[in-house]
Design a protein around this ligand. Structure first.
Ligand code: FAD
Length: 405
């Protein structure tokens, strides 16, 4: 592969990079996808306890890309969302039928997403997957981006796209800074089996250290747990035996789903916000966590990444149809102008929600609870929040409208 030339080099084969490589390959771009992990490590069949909440608009994007047929049978629909606050009787109730017949979103195990994307990439003729291989450095000139790989090979592309996660080498190679902060909060993630069926309801309960979310999976007796706590408390909870941990979940969540047992390994995630000051440079673009990482309070991080994919792919396809240079700044600036405001809005909204609900008592706590009750009683306000959570606001790219690229 020494000095092999491609249209696009996608660095990072996580959920976002794999989807983007597939979308571009389907549209006839000659793409190389570079991932440092071995495929076997990413495609292990045993469940690691990680799931992703897909917004309704993400499901439409995946449908438009022909990926939904494999995912639908393993996707648990979310039909209702209940938001409650510790110690207060007030709660918000979002019912999908208020905005349409479709579910508000879906919970899918990450292993199913990874497998579906790997199978699709195998069938996408124009995509070459190189894994395991690490990209070590990137240089750009006016015509191409040159990538040096850890095994000594080099390759070049008209455009390099960084989907290489929050510590993105692609971002650093262009000297693009990020703004952000650590939350001093840790999310504990696993899956729980519960005695009573979940009936498609996603629960989000705000506790002193952060939200505890129980998200309905395909099996009516399984829910994905994402429990955010201040890091000290999370460390104490993490050290507990499985039985003691589950008992703590029961105490924090309440009795609504009956008795609980652990159904998957537990993992911990230290939380932070980061946002790249620019998403593009000549011959370079960033998408997914390489460009932005937000608080998981609303389960929107990867959904923003999938919207990046839909917009970037559309802009590149249009540019090629018009005979424009896909690595040119004029083309790439359109992507940045379209996606940055949406991503910044969600970063600010999730940050604000986290601050609003975290550990505040007294007048602010009262105002917050009154706010929850008010939103619940005012249908237009409720619609506004629901359409945001479903990813149905702003100018939707073709893939999110159910159209082909
Ligand atoms: C607790 C928690 C719960 C969450 N829940 C949700 C949810 O329900 N819904 C949702 O939408 N989002 C959720 N998110 C966010 C979501 O997990 C991320 O936004 C998403 O996984 C980012 O995907 P990505 O492909 O951009 O990056 P990553 O998953 O970080 O992938 C980057 C890839 O690049 C590879 N790579 C890095 N550097 C190199 C290199 N130099 N060379 C080659 N390869 C490289 C890595 O190996 C990796 O595979 C959650 C996050 C957390 C922490």
């Amino acid at each position: 592969m020494t000095d092999q030339a491609y249209d696009v080099a996608v660095v990072g084969g996580g959920l976002i990079g794999s989807t983007l490589a597939h979308a571009l390959g389907q549209s006839g771009f000659n793409v190389v996808l570079l991932e440092r992990n071995a495929p076997n490590a990413l495609l292990a069949d045993n469940f690691d306890g990680r799931t992703t909440a897909l917004a309704a608009s993400t499901a439409t994007i995946l449908k438009s890309l022909g990926l939904w047929t494999a995912l639908e049978p393993v996707a648990g629909p979310i039909t209702d969302i209940r938001v409650s606050d510790r110690g207060s009787g007030l709660y918000l109730h979002f019912d999908h039928s208020a905005v349409g017949a479709e579910p508000m979103g879906y919970i899918v195990e990450n292993r199913h997403l990874r497998r579906t994307l790997a199978d699709a990439l195998e069938q996408t003729e124009c995509v070459t997957v190189e894994a395991p291989v690490s990209v070590m450095s990137i240089e750009r000139n006016s015509a191409r981006a040159m990538l040096a790989l850890a095994d000594g090979r080099t390759l070049s592309a008209q455009l390099v796209i960084g989907t290489d996660g929050k510590k993105s080498l692609v971002r650093q190679s262009a000297g693009i800074r990020t703004i952000g902060w650590a939350y001093d909060q840790t999310a504990l993630v696993t899956v729980l089996h519960h005695e009573e069926p979940h009936r498609g309801i996603a629960h989000e309960r705000f506790l002193k250290g952060g939200p505890l979310a129980l998200l309905p999976m395909l099996n009516p007796h399984l829910s994905s747990l994402v429990w955010t706590e201040d890091t000290k408390t999370a460390e104490r909870l993490e050290a507990l035996s499985d039985a003691d941990f589950t008992a703590e979940v029961g105490r924090a969540f309440g009795p609504w789903l009956g008795s609980l047992t652990l159904a998957a390994p537990r993992s911990r995630w230290d939380l932070a916000l980061h946002h790249a000051t620019r998403y593009v440079a000549p011959r370079l673009a960033l998408a997914g966590d390489a460009a932005h990482g937000i608080h998981p309070i609303a389960g929107q991080g990867a959904n923003l990444g999938w919207r990046d994919v839909a917009v970037l792919a559309e802009i590149l396809v249009d540019a090629r149809r018009l005979g424009l240079d896909i690595g040119g700044l004029d083309v790439l600036n359109r992507y940045q102008a379209w996606r940055r405001p949406d991503n910044m809005t969600l970063a600010a909204a999730t940050d604000g929600l986290n601050r609003l609900f975290r550990g505040v008592a007294g007048p602010i706590g009262l105002a917050r609870d009154l706010g929850l009750g008010a939103v619940n009683r005012i249908p237009p306000l409720k619609h506004f929040f629901m359409r945001h959570a479903m990813g149905l606001t702003g100018t939707l790219p073709r893939l999110a409208r159910g159209e082909a690229l």
